[in-house]
Design a protein around this ligand. Structure first.
Ligand code: SF4
Ligand code: SF4
Length: 221
């Protein structure tokens, strides 16, 4: 989720890499589910998150929207999906009555990161620890990659970077090519990267191939 404020204000001031130890381990959260409530539209979903939900829930993108697990929000001129909170309780719809995540093994990347965040610089990124977001005060140290807990972590990080900077380059393209192209670009991104199913075992390869073709088509350097 996107937080307001400078890095110094919201973090311990350090930047972490995949192999660094960080005090993020909430030790199974012990009944707390604070970060699964009142998140509004901030749990944004990337193409891998949607691919995981497609497989885990056996639902297409359109079905995720129809079932109101996912909603669409305008972000910097694009239309991007995010987890939809329950209107009455304001809690995530995947939170069980006993406050556990029912999609834990295929939960979105933002949920995996929390209470970490990412800071992007020079076509790369590092992690930071949000100091005032997690309710658990006595967190233990854990290796960043272990906390995020995604298989093939190097491939995952390469993908995260590629997706982030593709969105940034699209943002720039929209600034340079005028608002009349915004709607067409927004719908192309949604269809090409989210709605068309990925093959179950080859997500990263297929994403990389789509990204290259997309850049070529729109002449994004
Ligand atoms: S706020 Fe912290 S302790 Fe509570 S559920 Fe989220 S990560 Fe776990
Ligand atoms: S998907 Fe799971 S971890 Fe993420 S907000 Fe929902 S219940 Fe919480």
């Amino acid at each position: 989720m996107i937080r307001e404020g400078s890095l110094e204000e919201i973090s311990d001031g350090k930047k972490y890499r995949a192999n660094d130890m960080v005090r993020a381990n909430c030790l199974d959260c012990k009944g707390c589910s604070d970060c699964c409530h009142d998140m509004g539209n901030t749990i944004q979903l990337d193409p891998r998150d949607i691919c995981e939900l497609n497989v885990g829930l056996e639902a297409t993108f359109e079905e995720l929207i129809q079932k109101e697990y996912v909603e669409l929000t305008v972000v910097d001129g694009l239309i991007l999906p995010n987890l939809k909170m329950d209107i009455k309780t304001k809690a995530c719809k995947f939170l069980s009555k006993n406050q556990r995540c029912t999609i834990h093994s295929f939960r979105p990347g933002i949920c995996r990161l929390f209470p970490l965040g990412r800071v992007y610089e020079n076509r790369d990124f590092s992690y930071f620890l949000q100091t005032n977001q997690c309710s658990m005060k006595n967190r233990a140290k854990i290796k960043v990659s272990k906390w995020v807990d995604v298989p093939h972590f190097e491939k995952y990080e390469t993908y995260v970077k590629t997706w982030h900077y593709l969105l940034k380059d699209i943002e720039q393209w929209l600034l340079e090519n005028g608002s009349e192209n915004t709607q067409q670009m927004a719908s192309t991104v949604l269809k090409y990267f989210y709605m068309e199913l990925y093959s179950k075992d080859g997500f990263y390869e297929e994403f990389a191939s789509r990204e290259q073709k997309f850049r070529k088509a729109f002449q994004l350097c």
